[in-house]
Write a protein that binds this ligand. Structure first.
Ligand SMILES: [Zn+2]
Length: 165
């Protein structure tokens, strides 16, 4: 008998902020939060408050894509359907969230957001990339994929270099 150990990942529920440990090969499936039973991989990008945002950044093993926006911003509203589509297409590869900068002025200040929309990708608690201005679904997908590749290659490089001078 061969036992296969599937690595576990930490996912943070955007509804109750509970950290869930889930098998890494189940990220394309329907997963529900163990605490509040909401969908863990909601493909609809949620607007997060500061506490939920910080929990997501600190504890999620999945890279987090953030759309800093505001309701009065025309280009932001125009980009919303593209953002939602890419969120769906990339389920299990990254979590897409939104921060309403009008409501969450603390987060906007912390991230030094000077124009909107501004998109950022965060992984391991750090900002990896940032892009200002509205993007089409195609451009957004390409940009996020490029950033994810960069994140993955730096992770595996660290593993490869283990024990070397
Ligand atoms: Zn929950």
């Amino acid at each position: 008998m061969i036992e296969i150990t599937v690595p576990k990942m930490h996912l943070v529920c955007t509804h109750c902020n509970a950290t869930n440990r889930v098998p890494a090969d189940k990220l394309q499936a329907e997963l529900n939060c163990g605490q509040c039973h909401a969908s863990l991989l909601s493909v609809h990008p949620d607007n997060l408050g500061e506490a939920a945002f910080n929990a997501q950044i600190a504890k999620s093993d999945l890279p987090v894509v953030v759309d800093f926006w505001a309701p009065w911003c025309g280009p932001c509203r125009m980009m919303a359907p593209a953002y939602e589509k890419v969120s769906q297409d990339m389920q299990g590869h990254a979590r897409f969230v939104k921060v309403n900068t009008e409501v969450e002025q603390g987060l906007a200040a912390k991230f030094n957001i000077r124009s909107i929309p501004t998109l950022a990708v965060l992984a391991g608690g750090r900002e990896i990339a940032r892009q200002s201005g509205a993007m089409s679904a195609t451009d957004l997908m390409r940009w996020v994929n490029t950033v994810l590749l960069k994140i993955n290659s730096s992770t595996s490089q660290n593993g490869d270099n283990h024990g070397r001078a």
